[in-house]
Design a protein around this ligand. Sequence first.
Ligand code: PEP
Ligand code: MG
Length: 658
Amino acid sequence: MERSTIVRVHEGLHARPATRFVKLAKGFESDVEIVKDGKAVSAKSSVKLMLLAVKENQEVTVRANGADAIEAIEALIGYLENPRAGLDDENEAGDEGSEAAAPARKATPAAAPTDRTPELQGVAASEGVAIGPAFAHFPPEIEGPDRRLQADEIEGELKRFRGAVASVQARMDRTLAENNLSAGDRGIVAALRDIAADDSLTGEVERLIQGGEDAVSAVIAAAATIAADFSAVDDHYLNARADDVHAVGRQVCLALLGQDEVSLETIPQGAILIADDIGAWDLARAPLKRIGGVVCGHGGATSHIAIIARSHGIPAVLGLGDKINELRTAREVAIDGSAGHVIVDPDEAARADFARRVEAAAQERAGLKVFKNVTPTRADGTVIEVAANIGSLEEIEAAQEAGAMGVGLFRTELLFMRHMHLPSEEMQAETYSALARAFAPHPVIVRTLDIGGDKPIAGIEFPDEENPFLGWRGIRMCLDRPDIFKKQLRALLRAAVHGNIKVMLPMVSEIAEVTRTRALVEECAAELKTEGVPHAGFDLGVMIETPAAVLIAPALAKEVAFFSIGTNDLTQYIMAADRLNPTVAKLNDVTNPAVMSAIELTAKAGVAAGIMVGMCGEAAGRPDLIPIFIGMGLTELSMSPASIQRAKKTIAATAAEQ
Ligand code: PEP
Ligand code: MG
């Protein structure tokens, strides 16, 4: 029997709703198929279902054949007609695991110290000192042996493969039983677990093994084929599933090779994380409270790894380049994140020195606590807002604990990066509202989506660019994609009813970008009015982070309510020195007179026009520069929560001296 309906599931059967639908279908004995545009697939295969790319408002038919066909059709049609299907249970205690979400990782085993040069110099990326056990995190490249099987080996190889799949699933199930996953992580893992079990993958691997390929090569090949199918679907959300298929294939291969997966989840308390490169999102969802320090071959002082480390008060030395390989076998590591020093297997004297410094830093932190509730002012009594840079609601507590006077930069990228699909207007409105409520009456400055450059996200296809930092990023991308941008602007207008939301645009380089955005904001406000949705206006400001914006600052100041100087990008663009490239780290220096005069020009233009001039680049938290910035007329400084109390102390001391 069969029944047709129009799909009302919000955003269609993308990853999470698809896995839930499959789970429901699997609860029935009947064979169940879902048909769209004449194409029928099993409703018990997540991969096939996702590849069918069923979208909201499309017509589909559910077909069932078996003893419980009537009940199956009732339940599945009911699911498809529910707009919140697959989303309502996102906050449930997890019935899904987490490690699987990340590609498999393997820790390099520790070895005895050697007599190599013990001290290495990298980029000072997040201040503080730490000493702890080394946790090397170098995911291995997996290659199949590419061996043709003899006919009598095939049965054994199939068995080995099935065993590997079972062990991967068991590990996922174990993790789910123990873990407190965020809703976003849970959705990712749900999809991965289903992919591991899905007969699209297992069937293809078995077919290849039967044809004589060894299991590892077969898994790599099958995962590549299915991933290519996902990449080819005309749906941004589903394109991103290709990475999930690779991640699952990788796990199965590791199980076949008998290699243990060691993810960041297993990092011991106080350990120093050592990696060549690590994704911002991988670090963001790692157990950050346990990480004592970070050392990476890649990255610079303003890369996103550095920003995450700073916002959690984790010392970090990045940009070690190939020297990172000298740490692969370290047992213990001491790092000075302020000087960029790394000591491999420190001797007794160095250990004692670091232990003393760690203790002194803890005492300094304790001493700074008295500044938490201070409202710092200039000598003339003008309040200097010391606000927080954050990227997720999870960081609200740390910012409040530090004494943040609002949010000077809410980076919305993470909101887009951490989900398997572009966030809906509804969920964005909820997020921005939660922020506004948390910091009211202080202002909350939300930066519109700033992706491209070093921050690509799944769900938006970026062109291959020779120079992504000079390419399609920030406001440029948003204005070209009003479908994405308008959702964000509508969400911001809705959250603005709380009265303290301000909005700023990243990467502005000409006035037309502001006027075009303002026209879109007006269009969105008119739509919301017609729809009867409560909303309010907001102050619109711009980040000053391109040389062009500095040079047109006097004209720009007449168009906007505030400036916020983004020194991270401004420094790289003024100095023409890539912020991620350790080889030019010396040039990437905000104190260079060229950068300082760009900041001064901006401040002058803003002050002359009577608008607020703030700063949200990392330099805003530097005690050596804060007096200079205040002298230039800046009245807002936004920084990592870990820097807030010291900044307040510095401002108070500066005023007292004058
Ligand atoms: C900056 O460029 O200074 C800034 C704050 O933005 P981001 O670091 O996110 O590019
Ligand atoms: Mg920037």
